[in-house]
Design a protein around this ligand. Structure first.
Ligand SMILES: Cc1cc2nc3c(=O)[nH]c(=O)nc-3n(C[C@H](O)[C@H](O)[C@H](O)COP(=O)(O)OP(=O)(O)OC[C@H]3O[C@@H](n4cnc5c(N)ncnc54)[C@H](O)[C@@H]3O)c2cc1C
Length: 435
């Protein structure tokens, strides 16, 4: 099939990220104080760049709505958070080699100690964060074991990353001779590091007050199949306002002890009731499937994310895989006379019995003829491909793709659409696995 139209539009967020990273290097190159040996100065430059990228990663981790908008989706924020942090940690290796290549009279035990703590802490946390991806390439031993540790435990430890960034900032401020020699470099460095630390403090201490949880009560629990729990929640006071496609962070009272997990809303915003559909994939979600009862108190924080088809053009492809149907249900339940997109909607499930909401989706398609739905039962028809989903669209077609489903499926589609010449900026996906 011919390539779809190539329209490379980097998001505002990536442009800003590239701009601050480049500006920092440029500043260090033009503001080099006299008397700094080249090797050591280069090492300090790399250390300062690592601190800048780590600060950016912490800013992205706040997932503030403006950041999510600037990057064009939470999936992209997660990707750039990971990329910024990974590059930063890799830079620490040449930083260490070069920064120690000449004597440093500021290298006190305390200052160097902060550096060792930061290097070891960030190194271990990065390998742990990337372990599931590294495991895919069959890395043995420790990486395999780290990848096997549960998400909750990983997240609790990962949230300590900010403390290691604080150690890194303190290390640079204490031991870097260039920062002692140049006021401009020192002020910039502290402003950059301070921004990262402030973002971390916001995320860990203040975010819960900025997005306070709403009190709800479970009003209904349905179990349409052996792995899915559909939950309806009634607000105790005012209902949460959200845009279709957004997700909330939900915690239920009772034996599960108020663990916080993200779930996409499936109901429409005009409904006072809030619905979610939960697939049992791990301990917590299995527990909900077995034990969640009507009357259980719940806390709903958010809303978060911006998975919204109205941000795409006229011609669209929607792809849902399994439980990835949830954000699409909120869209479909919110459709009214103003719906003006032309959509090929593919809902891929393993067995026909897994196709939750199939009747409701077909009823919506009858009401809105420009929404063309296809339920793909892979056990019978094989896996849907990007080429099939593109449905013979000729070269030059300007099409927006929205997808949500299991990570391997999303990766396969992203690669498939790229092979068809479609730029990543036209393909949005809601990521249920944000590690
Ligand atoms: C934006 C978003 C929207 C989601 N919407 C839905 C939905 O509508 N329906 C649905 O069934 N699932 C949804 N999920 C996935 C859901 O959050 C996880 O399946 C659930 O948290 C698994 O918890 P567990 O302890 O049972 O499983 P585990 O085995 O502990 O975790 C399985 C995977 O779920 C993810 N996960 C686990 N705990 C968390 C957490 N606290 N925060 C973030 N991710 C976590 C991790 O990727 C982990 O690898 C969504 C996830 C995200 C990020």
């Amino acid at each position: 099939m011919k390539a779809l139209r190539l329209r490379l539009v980097p998001s505002l967020g990536t442009v800003l990220l590239a701009a601050v990273a480049t500006a920092n290097v440029t500043l260090w190159l033009v503001a080099r104080p006299p008397g700094q040996p080249t090797g050591r100065y280069l090492g300090e430059l790399l250390g300062a760049e690592a601190v800048l990228l780590l600060s950016c990663a912490l800013v992205l981790a706040t997932i503030l709505p403006t950041i999510e908008r600037a990057f064009g989706g939470l999936d992209r924020v997660a990707v750039w958070h990971r990329r910024a942090a990974t590059v930063a940690v890799l830079l620490l290796v040449p930083h260490l080699l070069l920064a120690t290549s000449a004597a440093d009279r500021y290298a006190t035990q305390v200052g160097s100690g902060f550096g060792v703590v930061a290097l070891l802490g960030l190194g271990v946390l990065s390998v742990w964060a990337l372990a599931p991806r590294l495991r895919a390439t069959r890395r043995p031993g420790l990486v395999r074991r780290l990848a096997g540790i549960g998400y909750e435990r990983w997240l609790s430890v990962h949230r300590l990353s900010g403390l290691f960034v604080i150690a890194a900032v303190a290390h640079g401020a204490l031991v870097a001779p260039a920062l002692h020699a140049s006021m401009l470099l020192r002020v910039t460095y502290l402003a950059v590091g301070g921004t990262g630390v402030a973002a971390y403090a916001y995320r860990e201490l203040l975010a819960r007050f900025v997005f306070p949880a709403h009190d709800y009560t479970v009003s209904d629990v349905r179990r349409p199949n052996e792995t899915t729990t559909e939950v309806s929640l009634e607000p105790v006071r005012e209902p949460l306002a959200f845009v279709p496609g957004q997700f909330v962070v939900l915690s239920f009272g009772g034996t599960s002890g108020w663990q916080r997990h993200p779930f996409s809303v499936t109901s429409a915003p005009y409904d006072r009731r809030l619905d979610v559909s939960i697939k049992a994939v791990g301990d917590y979600t299995h527990d909900l499937h077995d034990k969640l009862r009507r009357g259980t108190p719940a806390k709903v924080a958010g809303p978060f994310g911006g998975f919204d088809y109205r941000r795409g053009g006229h011609d669209q492809i929607w792809i849902a895989g399994g439980i990835g149907i949830t954000p699409f249900m909120s869209w479909i339940r919110s459709l009214d006379g103003s719906f003006d997109r032309s959509v090929d909607f593919y809902y891929s499930v393993r067995r026909r019995a897994d196709a939750l909401y199939a009747d409701e989706i077909e009823a919506a398609a009858r009401l809105h003829p420009t929404l063309r739905t296809n339920v793909v039962v892979t056990e019978r028809e094989g896996l849907l491909t990007a080429e099939q989903a593109a449905n013979g669209r000729p070269r030059g077609t300007d099409v927006s793709v929205f997808m949500c489903g299991p990570p391997p499926m999303m990766t396969a589609f992203a690669e498939g659409f790229r092979a068809l010449g479609m730029p990543a900026s036209q393909v949005r996906w809601e990521q249920f696995d944000i590690r």
